[in-house]
Design a protein around this ligand. Structure first.
Ligand code: ADP
Ligand code: DP6
Ligand code: CO
Length: 346
């Protein structure tokens, strides 16, 4: 390989949350999840790869800092799975499988702050490596999944369903596209950055503690998620915003209830997050219809869903109540995103 290969991959935002693994090593989830992938031009990871006999060792740089591959099982796993694929495709003794690889990645938004950086990051890493070695028709979601579960969904654009599957080895735990972004072009996401610092408990650790200690998680997985998954896929298919929005809010609320049911509790939302939740419900009540919905990942930052026609009115109310970038206080920054897209060569 005599040139650097660079790709970008967007974040995806789950409306039915993945929270809990049945297999930590293979990163197999306890429940299905559903998400929307943002546009590549918005929040994304950009990753460059170069490989060859002239590279002296594997290395990965993230946001200008070197990462330790030795102590990072997921990075090692992704490198290993890509090299295996090279051998399968190009022969057991292929030179390319022995090359060292240098990776350099940057996120254009806060990392590890509950804004889905691991999803964009690992989708981009795997996609860029695959691109660099000409492996594009292979099963990239399952490799990305083994970097970070949510990353398997960022391989696809539009509306994506990650099926948990039942196979012990994970052969049926895959992401599929429910609908392309063009299916619901009026859909918008507003991202409100409440706090962009790194969260105290990573998603990986938070969900492991939930599996070990939360009774509510068991109930959620068995009794709530299957029905909700069906419901939201139907709502997406029908472009039924009210149904989509209600399921999204209920699932976010339940996910954070599970976090509180974890022992010791995992608190991701803060007072501003709760103020946003109240504001959305008050707004919907005032207009007499569900026009906007919220969801929060493992962090205090809000993702709001709204349709284009309702956007201007809502934004004018929002900026009144939550002025942007106030010095020395929690602040909010809105990014209005169009829906999405697939990872693409840059
Ligand atoms: P988030 O809510 O941002 O997804 P997580 O706790 O799930 O936070 O994951 C954050 C971790 O994901 C980072 O500490 C880093 O190890 C990994 N990560 C984030 N961005 C990238 C990237 N562009 N390339 C490789 N790994 C990344
Ligand atoms: C709250 O995919 O970051 O964002 O698989 O351990 O890397 P690991 O966790 P991660 O978890 C995402 C949790 C979530 C919900 C979601 O994206 O579905
Ligand atoms: Co993550």
């Amino acid at each position: 390989m005599d040139k650097v290969v660079t790709c970008v991959a967007p974040v995806n935002i789950a409306t039915i949350k993945y929270w809990g693994k049945r297999d930590e090593h293979l990163i197999l989830p306890l429940n299905d999840s559903v998400s929307l992938t943002l546009d590549c031009d918005q929040m994304h990871a950009k990753t460059s790869v170069i490989a060859g006999p002239f590279i002296d060792e594997d290395s990965v740089w993230l946001n200008g800092q070197i990462m330790s591959i030795e102590t990072n099982e997921r990075l090692k796993k992704c490198f290993h799975l890509i090299r295996n694929l090279i051998k399968i495709r190009k022969g057991e003794n292929s030179q390319e499988s022995k090359w060292n690889i240098r990776v350099c990645s940057e996120n254009n938004f806060p990392t590890a702050a509950g804004l889905a950086s691991s999803a964009a990051g690992y989708a981009c890493l795997v996609y860029t490596l695959a691109n660099a070695f000409g492996l594009l028709d292979e099963d990239l979601p399952s490799i990305a999944r083994q970097g970070s579960g949510s990353a398997c969904r960022s391989i696809y654009g539009g509306f994506v369903h990650w099926k948990a599957g039942i196979d012990e080895l994970g052969s049926d735990s895959t992401a599929i596209q429910i609908a392309a972004d063009t299916h619901w072009p009026e859909m918008r996401i507003i991202i409100l950055v409440v706090n962009d610092s790194q969260k105290k408990t990573s998603s990986t650790v938070g969900m492991k503690q939930a599996v070990e200690t939360s009774e509510l998680l068991k109930y959620r997985v068995q009794k709530c998620v299957p029905e909700r998954t069906k419901g939201i896929i139907q709502a997406i298919t029908d472009k039924n915003f009210e149904k989509f929005a209600e399921i999204t809010m209920r699932d976010s609320n339940q996910f954070h209830a599970v976090c509180l049911d974890t022992y010791p509790p995992c608190v991701y939302l803060n007072q501003v997050s709760h103020d946003i939740i109240s504001f959305v419900h008050d707004y919907n009540k005032a207009v007499g219809k569900i026009k906007v919905s919220y969801t929060f990942d493992a962090g205090p930052n809000a993702f709001l869903f709204i349709q284009q026609n309702d956007l201007n009115l809502f934004m004018s109310e929002l900026v009144n109540v939550f002025p942007s970038e106030q010095p020395n206080s929690s602040y909010l920054r809105g990014i209005v995103s169009t829906l999405p897209y697939e990872v693409k060569p840059f």
